[in-house]
Structure formats: structure tokens, C-alpha cells
Design a protein around this ligand. Structure first.
Ligand SMILES: [Zn+2]
Ligand SMILES: [Zn+2]
Length: 448
């Protein structure tokens, strides 16, 4: 029998990840995400709500994967399995799942985030959501077993997915890093990763996003040290203190909140996406922001009122808000537009605990945001950040652990695919020998 892999989305492009694995008339779908820039274009300027969430419109805009390429497989799908809670892996599920009759299998955190997305968009899922903990397995059908191996990433409960079939094993590692000093949760499960190396794995689908970064990616512990240096090491007495980071980065948010406490500042989270992930973390039992004294201001009046309290005692708070990429609709810009009682002033500290995601729109937005922050005299601290992805030497380790027969890069555009190819060739794989398969959206390959 044959083991087939279909590259549905996120191959040769960054975003809307979706892969299908087929064995003996049974299919599992791995990830089903949105293409964030294309998705944002369709959202309401004011509220961030999707105003047109029709599947056809989203597909036409390139915001969700085009699963018509596997139309003949639709009736065979047995499960939809997101690897983690990032929107480029999970965000299209509410728009796509209705055409499949298959459970969604996710870690508790990813399931909690999915639930919130559905509530916000007022979508009722056709299929049941089942949770599976990292480092556990589930017998999906007589022939297919799904295994979740715990790995580290910039959002909690991220897993490397292993699909066991009678015709071979397929591993799917899309978004993770090998962090030996994570600040929340455990190290990657090296034991299970290395055990795969003895099992004749047929194929490894592996992210190539940082294949051109020649390092071993530094730990989240390093990011925490950098934060500490800026938040605790630079005197902010008497000044307002604003921090912005990725809303889904619970470990980072927790470090920020802990440092706010040390500074004797009350920690406040502003913005809907921060609330979404913070509450999902509480739901999944990963972090307890509210219990730890963080106030989460989500909607209209609550936000206005909280900003009023801040303005009266500017140096008694640490303000965590959305807008790290300079998004025009996020909190940071709204503060600069004087929409609230609180205003940024000369000497206030603004800490960017993030990188600028390399897209033209982000570079432009961030440059404008920083210009406006400087214009009011803020001190800006940028790039207090370490990525959550495998760099080249991590990828080399992962491939050495798992020793797959076939190697398939995903998540990157052409330059990333090329960087991955050069690494794969160093390790003895090649397109000529048909052990390395550089796929584009819509392609299929047989791997046994
Ligand atoms: Zn991703
Ligand atoms: Zn991710």
C-alpha cells in the first residue's frame, strides 16, 4: 500500500499551513491555518472582526488553505490535527472543518484557543474537539495511531505529531525549537525523538523557516535575561512603562508579569488578543494571570476606565498591550491617537519584546509607530526577543534523531526551501535520489 502526503497550504509560502497524509483510504489533516496578512485585509478596521467569513471569500483572498486540491480525499478524512495554537496552524479550522466528518484532535491549550476563536466569530463547529496531551497517543482507527511528542515553541503545548500506520510512520514538526532551558514547561522530549530514529520513519515534514539562520537557536531563558536587563536594570521610576509582545507567547507574558510584580507595579493587559490567549492559558491550566494579580482589560468601557486609573498614577503600573508589529488597529497606536485618558510622554519606557516579522507591511507599520513614539519623547527598547523556531543546527539535530527516509520542508518560501535543501544535501538527502521533496501548494508525493 502507499503512503501519500499532500501539500495543501504553507509550502513555498509562509502561512495557511495544511498537510494531508493518506494511507489505505484513510486521511489525517495536519494543521489548518490562516495566512495572517491576507486574513487581516478582510477584517473590520475598527473592531478587528472578520466581516466576511464566508469560506469562498477567504479562500479567494488566499487567507485559508485551498483544500480543493484534495477534494477526492474529503470523504476519507479521519481527523484534523493542529500542532499548536498559532493562527497560521489553527485559524482556518472554523472555516474549513464543516466539509469533513472527523474529530479535531488538539492539545488542551490549542483546543481552548480554538474555542475562543469560534466564540468570537460566532461559528459553531460541526465536529467534536478532542483533547490529547503532549507525550501521549490515541488510536484513531484500526490502522492509524496519533502520537503527540512534546516540543518547545513560542506558545504552550506545541507538539511534533507522529502518524503511525501499517505502511510507515510520518512525522510532522512544523514550528518548534529545541529549548534546553524553557521558562515555562519542560524541555523537548528528546527520548521520544531519538526513539523515532530506531523505527524506520518513512517521512519527516519539517519546518524550514529559519533554515538559513546558521545558529542553534538560543533559549527562551536568554530572552528572559534580556527582558530582566531592560525591565529591572534600567531605572523607570516615575515613568510609565509599556511592554508589547506576541499575545500567544504565554511564557514571555508570564516573565513580563513576574517582573512587573518585582517592580511593585500593577500589571495590566490591554487588548482582545491578549485576553484571548491569557484566558486560554488559564483554561488549560498553564498559567494563572488573573490569580497572580494581572488585570485583563478586554472591552470598551473597561479599557477606558482602566486607562483613566493609570493616568492618575502613571508609575504604579506596567502596561502590556497589543501592537508589537505596529498594527494600526492595536492598542499602542490607539494610545498615540489619544483615544484614552492615558497618554505617552517624555521619558516613558516602551519595550518591544518581539522581532519585526519580515514582511513589508510590518516594517512600514513599525517604523511609523517608532517615529510617533520618539516624537512624544519615549525611550524605546527593541528586539528584546528570541525566536521560537529551530535554526539550522537544531534542524540538523532533529533530522539526525529521527533519521527519516524522506525529508519534506514546509512553512517557508523559496529562499527558505533552498536553505533547507543545502542542509539536507549536507546530510545525504537529495531530490535526485528522491529522498528530499521540495513541494509547493497542491503537490503530492508518495513516501514508501
Ligand atoms: Zn507557523
Ligand atoms: Zn508557531
Amino acid at each position: 500500500m502507499v503512503l501519500e502526503i499532500a501539500a495543501v497550504g504553507g509550502y513555498g509560502e509562509v502561512g495557511r499551513n495544511m498537510t494531508a497524509v493518506r494511507c489505505n483510504g484513510e486521511v489525517v489533516i495536519l494543521d489548518c491555518g490562516i495566512h495572517l496578512p491576507n486574513y487581516v485585509k478582510l477584517t473590520d478596521e475598527e473592531t478587528g472582526d472578520v466581516i466576511k467569513f464566508d469560506e469562498k471569500i477567504l479562500r479567494k483572498a488566499g487567507a485559508i488553505p485551498d483544500d480543493r486540491s484534495i477534494e477526492s480525499w474529503w470523504g476519507e478524512v479521519k481527523a484534523i490535527i493542529p500542532s499548536h495554537a498559532h493562527l497560521d496552524h489553527i485559524g482556518a479550522i472554523p472555516y474549513v472543518e464543516h466539509k469533513y466528518n472527523a474529530p479535531i484532535i488538539a492539545t488542551p491549550f490549542a483546543a481552548a484557543v480554538l474555542k475562543t476563536i469560534c466564540q468570537n466569530e460566532r461559528i459553531k463547529l460541526r465536529n467534536q474537539v478532542r483533547t490529547l496531551l503532549p507525550n501521549s497517543s490515541l488510536r484513531l482507527t484500526q490502522n492509524i495511531t496519533v502520537e503527540f511528542i512534546h516540543v518547545t515553541h513560542s506558545t504552550p503545548q506545541c507538539v511534533l505529531i507522529v502518524i503511525h500506520t501499517p505502511d510507515g510512520i510520518v512525522c510532522y514538526g512544523n514550528d518548534f525549537k529545541l529549548d534546553n532551558s524553557p521558562t515555562l514547561g519542560r524541555k523537548p522530549n528528546y527520548e521520544s525523538l531519538e526513539a523515532l530514529g530506531t523505527k524506520n520513519v518513512a517521512a519527516l515534514i519539517l519546518e524550514d523557516l529559519y533554515a538559513n539562520d546558521p545558529r542553534k537557536m538560543p533559549s527562551e531563558g536568554i530572552a528572559k535575561d534580556m527582558l530582566q536587563d531592560v525591565l529591572l536594570g534600567v531605572n523607570s521610576t516615575g515613568k510609565a512603562l509599556v511592554v508589547t509582545t506576541f499575545s500567544s507567547h504565554i511564557a514571555r507574558l508570564k516573565a513580563i508579569a513576574d517582573m512587573g510584580k518585582k517592580l511593585n507595579r500593577k500589571v495590566l493587559f490591554f487588548g482582545r488578543s491578549l485576553a484571548k490567549y491569557a484566558f486560554a492559558a488559564e483554561d488549560a491550566g498553564i498559567a494563572y494571570f488573573s490569580k497572580d494579580g494581572v488585570k485583563i482589560a478586554t472591552y470598551g468601557r473597561q479599557v477606558y476606565q482602566t486607562f483613566k486609573e493609570v493616568e492618575a498614577n502613571r508609575d504604579k503600573y506596567m502596561l502590556v498591550m497589543t501592537g508589537h508589529q505596529g498594527e494600526p488597529k492595536a492598542m499602542m497606536f490607539r494610545v498615540l491617537q489619544n483615544q484614552f485618558a492615558f497618554k505617552l510622554k517624555q521619558g516613558d519606557h516602551v519595550v518591544f519584546s518581539c522581532n519585526v516579522i519580515p514582511a513589508d507591511i510590518n516594517k512600514k507599520n513599525r517604523a511609523e509607530l517608532e517615529r510617533q513614539l520618539r516624537a512624544v519623547g519615549c525611550r524605546i527598547f527593541t528586539d528584546i526577543h528570541v525566536s521560537g523556531h529551530c535554526a539550522r543546527e537544531d534542524l540538523r539535530d532533529v533530522i539526525s534523531f529521527i533519521k527519516p527516509k524522506h525529508l519534506i520542508p514546509c512553512h517557508g518560501d523559496k529562499p527558505k526551501q533552498e536553505a533547507f535543501t543545502s542542509l539536507a544535501e549536507e546530510m545525504g538527502y537529495s531530490t535526485k535520489a528522491k529522498t528530499l521533496h521540495v513541494l509547493n501548494e497542491g503537490d503530492r508525493v508518495t513516501v514508501n
